[in-house]
Every structure is written in C-alpha cells, then in structure tokens.
Ligand binder design. Structure first.
Ligand SMILES: [Zn+2]
Length: 214
C-alpha cells in the first residue's frame, strides 16, 4: 500500500528502535570517514526506480542524482545545472570510477516528449527540460515510424540513454579521466514489468539483458 507522510514518521521511529549496534557503528564510521562512494548513478525521479534496491548496494555505496528522465545535458562552456554540478563533484572530487545512467520503461518524461500536447503550460518547465532528449526523438523518427506506441516509447527511452551517454563524454573532465582509464560510463535500462535490467552494449549498439553477462 502507498505510504503517506505520517507513515514515514512511524517508519523512522521503527528504524531507530531496530537499529543494531553494528548498524549504529556503521553510521558513525560513515560520518567519520566522509563520502567514499566510487559509483555515481544518474537516475530518473520516478519512484518505482530505486538504484540501491535494484543493485544490492547499501547506504554509502552510490552517489545518486535524479532528474526527470535521467538526462545528461549536452556540454556547454558556461552555465550550470544540478546534474552537471553533481557530475563534476563526483568525477573531480570523489574520483568515482563508474557513472551509470539509469533509465526505465514507462517513463513519464519520455512519454511527454513523445506526446503531442507536451506544450501544456502547467508542465512547461518539463517540456523545456525534455528538449535535452530531443536528439533521441529525432533519431526515433527515422527508425520507428511503423512501430507500435509501446515499442516507440521503449525505443525513445533507450535512445535517450544513449544520447545522455554521448553528452556525458563531451565534458572535458569526464573525457580526460576516461582516456586515463580511470572512469567508465554505462547506460542501464530497467524494465519495470519484468523487473529486469538491460545495459547498453557499445559494440553492438543496442541494449542487452544484464543477466546474460553476470
Ligand atoms: Zn522516468
């Protein structure tokens, strides 16, 4: 059942009452050691997508930034956005080793990009933000005109991840660390219906089931 705000207050009370000595020590250690995460995840805001749960990670493992449709804007010499600021902090300060761009099926952001009424004033900022993924939409028009709507949406969701991967590589401080072999950038796609993860295979230029590689 969906939780409301008061459920979260109760949830935190339970968290404190059930905190084991080991868990309490683990939090003390994290406070003393600082932020040590070596993996960054750029995920969609969608509440059905939980990077920690989906990967078996634990508290402190992942440096996560979330935005609508998990987009990485194209590189610009000036100007800033929260996603790019988080990326720069992660790459240059935390010296993370991997960036995962984590998209998913049934993405509302991508659906709005595909929708003919996406200029709605009530979500005009979403419309502006989603123009970041416009190159994915442009590629889709060439490939998927005959496809069913759900295939078209899925293709656009995946093409958008590839677009964000390409954008990510444009940042000089990302490119530099990749060239030194110190950083890798990955595209992941979570299918909510099957609860299965797919990854972008750079050589094959397509997404493949993650479990086949593990
Ligand atoms: Zn989404």
């Amino acid at each position: 059942m969906l939780k409301d705000y008061n459920d979260l207050l109760l949830g935190h009370k339970n968290f404190i009452s059930q905190l084991s000595k080991d868990d309490a020590q683990s939090y003390k250690n994290m406070a003393e050691q600082g932020l040590l995460a070596k993996i960054m995840v750029i995920a969609c805001c969608d509440a059905r997508l939980d990077p920690v749960k989906l990967t078996g990670a634990t508290c402190g493992d992942l440096f996560v930034v979330r935005n609508i449709a998990n987009l990485v804007p194209e590189y610009k010499e000036s100007g800033c956005g929260e996603t790019v600021a988080a990326m720069q902090f992660a790459v240059n300060f935390l010296q993370i080793r991997d960036i995962i761009i984590l998209g998913h099926s049934c993405c509302g952001g991508i659906a709005s990009l595909l929708s003919s009424d996406n200029c709605n004033n009530e979500i005009s900022l979403v419309y502006d933000w989603m123009q970041t993924a416009k190159p994915a939409l442009d590629k889709l028009d060439g490939f998927c005109l005959e496809n069913k709507t759900e295939d078209k949406t899925r293709s656009c969701e995946q093409l958008s991840i590839v677009n964000s991967l390409n954008n990510c590589h444009q940042y000089p401080w990302v490119k530099s660390r990749i060239n030194q072999g110190l950083l890798r950038v990955h595209g992941w796609y979570f299918d909510i219906m099957s609860a299965r993860m797919f990854y972008y295979n750079e050589q094959a230029k397509k997404f493949a089931a993650m479990l086949e590689e593990v």
